[in-house]
Design a protein around this ligand. Structure first.
Ligand SMILES: Nc1ncnc2c1ncn2[C@@H]1O[C@H](COP(=O)(O)OP(=O)(O)OP(=O)(O)O)[C@@H](O)[C@H]1O
Ligand SMILES: [Mg+2]
Length: 480
């Protein structure tokens, strides 16, 4: 065993310890920092370290004597040394950028025994931090970028696409719709939009939301006809964590919760199963929901806008829609006129739609020749504005002419999907199949008095599939 030489002990008193710590810190900084400077109370540079001298050329000085003695703000652009002296507060870590580069710096006030600030110490800890601290900076920049993108996306999603002015039309019928929309936007009551397919129910729902007090909150839509019946309840009210519902369902928020403080758009409300109608009525009355598998009710604050392309009053009379729910929804009804009832608006609508189609497709804007307009004015428009949009879209995509003539419009008639028969030979199989499908659906709708749920059952197809076909063959909507 060899005795290690006895090392001196740490000072036994607090004062001594602090002094030692202070001196050691200063030594470490002085050795590791790339440069140091001391500035007096008048902001004058009184001393710079050997290392600091290497920055002088980049700052525009040839010698130390040109630099020392000057006010620091006159010789170091963007320095905050003066601020540290005036406030007495250190700036422990900062990035300083000036003509000499970017530096990681630290600035500490210097005080006398009475505690008065008599100067400041400036340290250049690193130069080119953008390379030395690269991994850290890269991570920061990436996260910042992701955050910005997420924020933009969220704002984009929440911004309603339509305002009341987007509802194009100057006919008496269109102006009346807009007047009513502006009026209901000022209230928080339930709104019921009734109109044939493609008359602008969804557009108007978004516009009413955007013009009201809830505009900054979410607009959440749910298309009742497109959601399988067995999933509707969970979709509306959510599923509680740990709920055993018989089906394999993960906990999640219902649309009522997602739309909290905003607007919930209940599209195709006429397709709601009767059992769910009473649950919806309760929510509208009590303003609270009970998620599946939960025994707790949660308060909800939503404005409801419902829409239907079916005649709800007739459904009430037929016993397929609850009367109490109908009256609850029908507080502020707005009837959207079919396009054939406002033919004066066709020209203005076509113009706006052609501009929109061109913008989306990145193509030049087309206009309508008088003979094309004549054809559009004469058509009956069972699919309303959506059908008009489809017709114009097809013409734009199939033809290059800037002026669209009647000959360039797709054939307008009972069966928009059917292509003209090839001379002599049989028509293409998809067209023939589409015809069979249309006829079958039309027959089923007729047999069930327009009841889509019953028609889908009769055809052994899902309601969602039926709804999809109805959107594809707008003329069928008349049957339902
Ligand atoms: N007044 C209008 N001005 C401009 N565009 C309109 C107008 N009404 C409808 N549109 C356009 O027509 C299309 C169909 O409108 P929307 O989806 O709002 O109809 P809808 O009544 O909800 O139809 P459906 O019952 O089939 O769902 C959309 O592209 C919409 O932008
Ligand atoms: Mg719609």
């Amino acid at each position: 065993m060899t005795d290690r030489p006895r090392l001196p002990d740490l000072p036994g008193d607090a004062d001594g310890l602090l002094k030692l710590a202070a001196r050691s810190m200063f030594d470490v900084f002085a050795r590791t920092a790339m440069g140091m400077m001391v500035v007096d109370r008048e902001h004058r540079v009184v001393w710079i370290s050997e290392g600091y001298k290497s920055f002088l050329p980049a700052l525009g000085f040839e010698s130390e004597s040109q630099f020392v003695g000057k006010r620091v703000e006159d010789v170091v652009p963007n320095t905050l040394m003066a601020q540290v002296i005036e406030s007495g507060r250190p700036i422990l870590v900062d990035l300083l950028t000036n003509k000499a580069g970017t530096f990681l710096v630290s600035r500490l006030p210097l005080r006398d025994d009475a505690g008065r600030v008599i100067g400041a110490l400036g340290l250049v800890l690193m130069d080119h931090p953008e390379t030395t601290m690269q991994p850290l900076m890269a991570k920061f920049t990436r996260l910042q970028g992701e955050l910005d993108a997420a924020r933009r996306q969220l704002a984009e999603q929440r911004r309603p696409k339509y305002t009341i002015a987007s509802f194009i039309g100057a006919s008496a019928a269109a102006l009346e719709v807009k007047r009513q929309a502006r009026r209901v936007a000022l209230t928080d009551s339930t709104v019921l939009l009734q109109g044939e397919t493609g008359t602008g129910k969804e557009l108007l729902a978004q516009a009413i939301h955007a013009a009201g007090a809830r505009a900054a909150q979410p607009f959440v839509g749910i298309n009742i006809a497109a959601v399988p019946e067995s999933l509707l309840e969970a979709e509306f009210f959510g599923v509680a964590p740990g709920a055993f519902t018989g089906a394999d369902r993960k906990p999640r928020d219902g649309k009522f919760r997602v739309a909290d403080r905003g607007t919930l758009f209940l599209d195709e409300i006429g397709d709601m199963p009767l059992a769910l109608q009473s649950k919806l009525l309760r929510v509208l009355q009590e303003r609270e929901v009970e998620p599946l598998g939960s025994n707790k009710v949660e308060p909800v604050d939503v404005r409801v806008i419902a829409a239907s392309s079916r005649d709800l009053a007739a459904m009430v009379a037929a016993g397929t829609f609850r009367a109490d729910l109908y009256y609850r929804l029908n507080v502020l009804p707005i009837a959207l006129p079919p396009l054939r009832a406002r033919r004066d608006d066709i020209e203005a609508l076509a113009e706006v739609l052609l501009e929109d189609i061109a913008r989306r497709a990145g193509l030049p804007v087309r206009s309508l020749a008088p003979d094309a307009l004549e054809v559009l004015l004469a058509h009956d428009w069972p699919g309303n504005i959506r059908e008009l949009r489809n017709v114009l879209e097809q013409a734009v995509l199939m033809h290059d002419e800037l002026l669209l003539h009647a000959a360039q419009l797709p054939r307008l008639g009972a069966a928009p999907a059917a292509a003209p028969a090839a001379a002599g030979g049989p028509r293409p199989l998809p067209d023939q199949l589409a015809d069979v499908e249309r006829q079958a659906i039309a027959a089923a709708l007729k047999a069930t008095g327009g009841n889509r749920v019953a028609a889908a059952k009769m055809l052994k197809m899902s309601r969602a599939a039926l709804y999809d076909r109805l959107a594809r063959y707008p003329d069928l909507q008349r049957e339902s």
